[in-house]
Write a protein of this length. Structure first.
Length: 374
């Protein structure tokens, strides 16, 4: 069975390999284009180093890129001493999701988000579920030709109150995300982005002006894990989390628990203590179940009991909202009042079956629940 886009007939499996989502095929109005050198825009947050190389300042890597070279993320290229972003109007995924899928549990529950993504990532996570796009170059990926204003218009037309930048790493399509979110704000849309948390301080402050919420993957809590599994570093992620908290934007944290790699309960306890001390007790924390993927297909899924143990540690350390994800039907996919224990938002996986909250408060005891509710 095949789908037809822009005159190119390909199988669905090949479509996935080439890195785009087809959820908005009917009536979306976006055009699939072959990889080209067109669409480049000058990158933000870089500096020239003499007559040839440049230093990118967008993320913690601060790549020094020679003339003709690319950054670690594969989609920022030095052309004659000017750094260009290769993601201008080139997005490989367009899709409508429930906001719970992000996951964002404490913002407009039961509503939809209009999601976009471009190819590339500045991490090399061995467990990545979206590796077909995150580990690809923009020029090697079939993409939608779609300007930021088009995304905003389609989101409005389809009744999505929120824009989402997700699936790969939004930091590496920063310029597109910033312009789309800016235009969305002008038309009354909210915005969220799901990130690995490695963005540098200055671009982070800049993008937060247009964001209402951020979901950050806190992949583990040791430098060894980050280095060996993601070719990255923990320190910059911790700084990003602290900066988001200071900004007042709504923050949620996801920890994918991978057997034998980051499931040590002593490390999880240390992480939870840090979250409460530095970010506060009301930051929602999601312990998600790992399933074999990409280069970690030799590791079995996370036992549900391990996730339950991790959640109990977080509760014991004083974190108020702790969830178990990727386990459809689990009790702790729902939201409970930390004061009286009442069920506030009943969820089955990504579906909200009942929302009992009243004006952001528990209907039983009146406790104000942290989040964005209207």
């Amino acid at each position: 069975m095949c789908d037809e886009w822009g005159g190119y007939r390909i199988s669905r499996r090949e479509a996935l390999k080439r890195g785009f989502c087809a959820a908005l095929a009917a009536g979306a109005g976006v055009r699939l284009v072959r990889p080209t050198g067109a669409g480049h825009v000058e990158a933000s947050h870089y500096r020239k180093l003499g007559s040839g190389p440049v230093e990118c300042g967008l993320c913690f890597r601060r790549c020094v890129i020679p003339d003709g070279g690319e950054g670690f993320c594969r989609n920022r290229r030095n052309m004659g001493g000017t750094l260009y972003a290769l993601t201008a109007n080139r997005i490989c995924s367009v899709q409508i999701d429930p906001i719970e899928k992000e996951p964002v549990f404490h913002m407009l529950p039961g509503t939809d988000i209009f999601c976009t993504a471009a190819a590339g990532c500045n991490f090399r996570c061995r467990f990545c579920q979206n590796w077909q796009i995150s580990q690809s170059r923009v020029e090697d990926t079939y993409s939608y030709d779609c300007e930021p204003a088009d995304i905003v218009s389609r989101a409005k037309r389809r009744g999505c109150p929120t824009l989402s930048f997700t699936y790969s790493e939004p930091t590496v399509f920063y310029e597109y995300m910033r312009e789309t979110a800016r235009l969305g704000k002008e038309r009354g849309l909210k915005a969220v982005f799901h990130t690995n948390g490695s963005i540098s301080a200055v671009p982070l402050v800049e993008i937060l002006d247009y964001m209402d919420a951020v979901t950050v993957d806190l992949k583990g809590f040791t430098e060894k894990f980050y280095d060996s599994v993601s070719s990255a570093s923990l320190g910059p992620v911790m700084k990003t989390l602290e900066a988001i908290k200071r900004s007042g934007r709504h923050l949620e944290i996801v920890n994918l628990v991978i057997p034998t790699l980051n499931d040590d309960m002593a490390e999880i306890k240390k992480m939870c203590r840090w979250i409460k001390a530095e970010l506060g007790e009301d930051v929602p924390l999601h312990f998600n179940r790992f399933y074999p993927a990409y280069r970690l297909k030799n590791i079995p899924p996370t036992p549900v009991s391990v996730l339950e143990d991790a959640r109990q540690i977080a509760i014991d350390e004083g974190i108020n909202y702790v969830y178990i994800g990727n386990v459809p039907g689990h009790k702790y996919n729902s939201t409970f009042c930390p004061m009286c224990g009442s069920l506030l938002i009943d969820r089955v996986h990504f579906v909200v079956s009942k929302n009992r909250m009243r004006e952001g408060k528990c209907p039983s005891c009146g406790l104000a629940i942290s989040g964005i509710w209207s």
